[in-house]
Design a protein around this ligand. Structure first.
Ligand code: ADP
Ligand code: MG
Length: 396
């Protein structure tokens, strides 16, 4: 789960980490009054969306007076901000962070993430922090320094020190940088983060170390023990289809294309997405229905895939193990009834490949159905090829 920058900073503040004074604002009026409360000559008005790259996209602006705060807040609130992380559709700005401006001497990059190879948290740092970090990672990866953290020992002082020197933090701020790194690591572990990224971590003109931007991601499986964090969920930032699917117990990820697929098991779902791509299709989603093939669940999955007209065809690829193929077939017919009322056809062609438990019964049900645009495919390859062709034909 993601949260907003101002919420991340509030959490880090509780760990004694140095973040600028700031207040969130949901309206122009609130932006102006909060800027006055901060009582500082220069504030920064920052668009709060669940994506980075705001600086370059005009979502982070300095304001030197109440009038300037008003003007910037008016411009940003309600605006669709398109950054290199939002995708072309962008995100609507509904909240702002009004923050004291820091006097920056230098910007660094610092992040913590779980490294699967070493099964530990890795701290990454770079002296080339700020808005160009993706370029640094792509062109000069040697400028990104890593420290692997032993989960039993935690982030040792010498490791933080080694990082601070490696990214050229000046002598006067080394101790502060070390302490900031250790507090950040504590926050990462205590809050069950899956990612914690500070970009930039800054050295100010008076040699303080300040967290100027913060991105925290949490492990969904651990949210049950952090009700305070779960409360921060901002549903307006999430894909509505993904939200409805999660509530129905379906693993659904929107991939943006037009060939929907419904599969059981994450491995098979990924292989199916690959197969559709292989035949030139653009997968609309990743959807793992899991081991439960109750017809209502299948019908729910169908309605999610069809919602909004994104899908031009559906490929059902089921390996019946725990799932029973006859239940899947019944679910498809039930979905047709729910969606089309008379149950005679579905809004888009559906290719079904069934294999495994009760497969003959399942195929029999599909053969006998009066639904006109459901096709049974004997193999996964053949099915993928067929649905891609049907979708291409529907588009022409
Ligand atoms: P994003 O990563 O989405 O572009 P940031 O919060 O990193 O947004 O802001 C972009 C840049 O704006 C920073 O690299 C920094 O130079 C500047 N900036 C952000 N917050 C402040 C602040 N409080 N004071 C001064 N400059 C800031
Ligand atoms: Mg940033």
């Amino acid at each position: 789960m993601n949260i907003h920058e101002y919420q991340s900073k509030q959490i880090l503040r509780e760990f004694g980490i140095n973040v600028p004074n700031g207040l969130p604002a949901f309206s122009v009026h609130e932006a102006v009054t909060n800027a006055e409360k901060l009582d500082t000559p220069v504030v920064v008005v920052k668009a709060q969306i669940h994506a980075g790259g705001r600086g370059k996209a005009g979502g982070v602006k300095l304001a030197k007076s109440a009038e300037e705060v008003r003007a910037v807040a008016q411009e940003l609130l309600g605006k669709v901000l398109v950054t290199h992380q939002t995708g072309p559709e962008g995100k609507v700005v509904e909240r702002l962070l009004i923050e004291e401006a820091s006097k920056i001497k230098k910007e660094y990059y610092l992040s913590f993430i779980i490294d699967r190879h070493t099964a530990s948290v890795v701290m990454m740092g770079s002296e080339e922090g700020g808005v160009e970090i993706e370029k640094v990672a792509a062109e000069t990866p040697e400028k990104i320094i890593k420290e692997y953290i032993d989960p039993v020992i935690g982030l040792a002082g010498f490791q933080a020190m080694r990082m601070a020197y490696a990214i050229n933090i000046p002598e006067a701020a080394i101790r502060r940088a070390v302490s900031t790194m250790q507090k950040l690591y504590t926050a990462f572990v205590d809050k069950d983060c899956s990612q914690l990224e500070i970009n930039p971590l800054v050295l100010t003109e008076d040699d303080k170390i300040v967290v100027l931007d913060a991105k925290l991601n949490f492990d969904d499986s651990a949210l049950f023990r952090h009700s305070d964090i779960a409360m921060l969920r901002d549903e307006s930032e999430e894909d509505p289809k993904e939200r409805i699917a999660a509530a129905a117990g379906l693993n659904y990820v929107n991939l943006g294309g037009d060939v929907a697929c419904m599969v059981n098991g994450a491995g098979l779902a990924m292989a199916t997405v690959d197969m559709l791509k292989f035949y030139g299709g653009e997968p609309a989603n990743f959807l793992d229905v899991g081991g439960d093939s109750a017809p209502e669940k299948i019908a729910k999955a169908f309605s999610i895939m069809l919602e909004g007209g994104q899908a031009k065809g559906i490929f059902v690829n089921i390996m019946g193990g725990i799932n029973r193929c006859d239940n899947i077939a019944k679910g498809i017919i039930e979905a047709a009834h729910i969606i089309s009322k008379d149950g005679s056809s579905l809004p888009v062609p559906v290719v079904v490949r069934l294999e495994g438990s009760m497969v003959e019964e399942g195929r029999e049900i599909l053969r006998n159905t009066p639904i006109t645009n459901v096709f049974a495919a004997p193999t996964m390859e053949g099915g993928a090829e067929q649905i891609v062709k049907l979708v291409a034909a529907a588009k022409n």
